[in-house]
Design a protein around this ligand. Structure first.
Ligand code: NOJ
Length: 553
């Protein structure tokens, strides 16, 4: 049944345990705290939660340096707490996805400790070594500026080891069958504890060839099929959501032309062009990005997102476009990360202007794919640029105006809460917004409800409709006799557009999904819309009986 593909129409909420809710007053968010907040998430309407790494880790890359893949870091709780959590989530109809970080481990991982200290260790070949410094050692850094090389000499091993990321994250030799078997075992373990799948970290690097002699890594796509097959055998409805910031030409290699590789991928192409659109008011490049990423197998799905825990990467844009986004959203060098991206949250980038935040969110929920929202964005949380690098946008959730934003009873949270300024917790918090019908929180809840009533977006095929207005994006989704139209004005000026929607049965009525302002065609057979600055409209195409989707489909 096509309806079994739950991820095609999910609403995913991304959070880091340590900054979400602290239950025991030690200043670090934990599993019990999150479990207590599941009713909040269910009430908001999200259908899946993606947890960032919570396994034992020295924490030098916010948990993306795992030291034991089969554990819960004691700061967050126990494996028992984890199972309580997945059980509690399930009983509210929420699915759980977790990060799977297997391109590399922490250098403190017992595998690496064993591998470095003994050339005959069974783990020696789990990592990538070279006796001599490879000629390409100063290329391919993911964190230029803070990372000087991809090969570091280890005195204990008396050899260089390869690390795509920081030097404390040695790469696993993922081509080694033993490593691959271990990756499957890790997946099997967490599946057994109740998760519905994984956000797989750094996928292009996992499947890329590694070694001193490799000058240009080539992707071993067959590996993706093996991961998927294993998952499906273990638990048919579990998925992999790939973090693969790749060019559209290779999307189908990642999804698999027959849909036999990754179930989902983050749409970085759309993400960057969407921010360009928000910065410039020009929807053109976003339309191109949508067309470029349109082909995908029927069972595959894009994950659409605005911000995440990393910087807003702008590497895909043309130089002039990138400069435009920097100028609009990160003009101060302190807001940027090595001129590669922007380390801010969404709301401050949009000057806290609710109209523009709503526009961005309306786009997020109506672009082709499954929306992924980041904790705190539903209340318009801000960032703290005094914190180093990407940490600026990783501050604790603001629950109330109680001390420390109601996040912890400790007076020393491990990451400071935002206390001052327009985004400070005394006035920007969940409790305050709950009581205000016009708040961003309540607006987001209504938006999520509307998105659920428009499953055409997840299932259907889309057309980009021509409007003649560069600032306007009009998308029509069709699926099984139902159609939805989403129209956005990215610009700061009001515009008038006319849409030609007439079919063999004449011009349909447009039923506004947010208000009673339904629209009929003009005498010229076209629908005329006056869109205010940053306006967004969602319509169901058809008569009033289409207000709700026809439930037989
Ligand atoms: C991608 C993650 O999103 C990022 O936060 C992390 O630093 C790298 N992968 C390395 O694991």
């Amino acid at each position: 049944m096509i309806n079994d593909l739950w991820y095609k129409n999910a609403v995913i909420y991304n959070l880091a345990l340590g900054t979400f809710m602290d239950s025991d007053g030690d200043g670090v968010g934990d599993l019990r705290g999150l479990t207590r907040r599941l009713d909040y998430l269910a009430g908001l309407g999200v259908t899946a939660v993606w947890l960032q790494p919570f396994q034992i880790s020295p924490g030098r890359d916010d948990g993306y340096d795992v030291a034991d893949h089969y554990s819960v870091d004691p700061r967050y709780g126990t494996l028992g707490d984890f199972v309580e959590f997945t059980h509690a989530a399930k009983s509210r109809g929420l699915r759980v996805l977790i990060d799977l970080v297997v391109n590399h481990t922490s250098d403190q991982h017992p595998w690496f400790q064993s591998a470095r200290s003994d050339p005959n260790s069974p783990y020696r070949d789990w990592y990538v070594w070279s006796k001599k410094k490879p000629p390409n050692a100063n290329t391919g850094m993911v964190f230029p500026g803070v990372q000087k090389t991809t090969w570091t000499y280890d005195k204990v091993a008396r050899a260089y080891y390869f690390h795509r990321f920081y030097e404390f994250q040695p790469d696993l030799d993922t081509a080694n069958p033993e490593v691959q078997a271990e990756i499957l075992k890790i997946m099997g373990f967490w599946i057994q504890l109740g998760v519905s799948g994984f956000r797989m970290d750094a996928v292009p690097f996992i499947i890329g060839t590694k070694g001193a002699e490799v000058t240009k890594p080539t992707e071993q796509f067959g590996m993706l099929r093996r991961f998927r097959e294993f998952l499906q055998w273990r638990q048919g409805d579990s998925i992999i959501l790939a973090e693969a910031n790749v060019l559209p030409e290779t999307d189908l290699d990642y999804f698999g032309r027959d849909g036999d590789r990754m179930h989902m991928m983050f749409n970085f192409q759309v993400n960057q062009n969407l921010f360009y659109g928000l910065a410039s008011g020009d929807a053109g490049p976003l339309k191109e990005a949508l067309q470029a990423t349109k082909p995908r197998p029927a069972t595959a799905q894009w994950a659409v997102f605005l911000r995440n825990h990393d910087e807003l990467d702008l590497g895909r844009l043309e130089e002039s476009e990138r400069e435009r986004v920097f100028a609009a959203f990160g003009p101060d060098p302190d807001m940027q990360l090595y001129h590669r991206g922007i380390r801010r949250r969404l709301a401050p980038m949009l000057d806290g202007d609710q109209r523009r935040i709503e526009l961005a969110y309306s786009l997020l929920f109506s672009l082709p794919g499954t929306p992924v929202i980041r904790y705190g964005d539903e209340i318009g949380m801000g960032d703290d640029l005094r914190l180093p690098e990407r940490n600026a946008a990783r501050t604790p959730m603001q629950w109330s105006d109680e001390p420390q934003a109601g996040f912890t009873k400790s007076d020393r949270p491990h990451v400071p809460v935002i206390a001052e300024g327009p985004f400070g917790y005394p006035h920007l918090n969940v409790a305050a917004q709950r009581g205000d019908p016009a708040s961003l929180l309540n607006w987001t809840e209504r938006l999520i409800r509307m998105r659920k009533e428009a499953p055409e977006i997840g299932w259907g095929d889309f057309d980009v409709l021509e409007t003649g207005e560069p600032a306007v994006l009009a998308l029509r989704y069709s699926w099984r006799n139902n159609a939805v139209l989403a129209v956005h004005n990215l610009g700061a000026k009001p515009v008038e557009i006319a849409l030609d929607l007439a079919g063999p049965e004449g011009a349909p009525q447009l039923i506004d999904l947010r208000s009673a302002k339904h629209l009929s065609a003009h005498e010229d057979g076209r629908h005329h819309l006056l869109l205010e600055a940053y306006a967004y409209r969602w319509y169901r195409v058809g008569g009033l009986d289409y207000l709700l989707r026809r439930s037989d489909t």
